[in-house]
Unconditional design. Sequence first.
Length: 156
Amino acid sequence: MGSEKGARREMSVSAIRNGTVIDHIQNEATFKVAEILRLAQEQHTVLVGMNLPSGKVGKKGIIKIESRELTPQEVNKIALIAPQATLNIIQDYEVAEKRSVELPERVEGIVRCFNPSCITNRQAVSTCFDVIASDPVGLRCVYCERVMTGPDIILK
Ligand SMILES: Nc1ncnc2c1ncn2[C@@H]1O[C@H](COP(=O)(O)OP(=O)(O)OP(=O)(O)O)[C@@H](O)[C@H]1O
Ligand SMILES: [Mg+2]
Ligand SMILES: [Zn+2]
């Protein structure tokens, strides 16, 4: 019998040579991740798969972007809406690096406060939230203490 490595399983979304694979995206978050990364404006090849079977998150989404790495800011945003996602850096068709996205303890500036009377919605004050839960993600505004989860979490 050949080694596991030699017997590469078939991919349901094809391979890229160099770039980033965002794997194990909760299915429903796939398009949001695409939006965060502004993939509609991407120059290089982008491959998106959805409704793929996954032991880890039920059905999953996957996004593959040729010749692109993610910024820390982008990774933080992905962590908020797809905390179980994994990032794979592809070099010369191989996985050169793999890591999970990590929720920071504090989220500054990238999420809007859901409370219309919050000072961050009325004055030029940037938002700041404590991350109080991870699955599902819960955020508490440090200014007005509004707690937000799921669809309340709107990225700027
Ligand atoms: N060259 C490539 N181009 C595009 N996608 C790739 C490439 N190599 C691997 N992948 C994809 O990247 C992901 C991670 O690859 P890996 O070989 O580590 O799979 P895995 O063992 O299933 O990993 P995990 O334990 O994270 O699920 C998989 O979804 C795989 O299909
Ligand atoms: Mg896998
Ligand atoms: Zn607030």
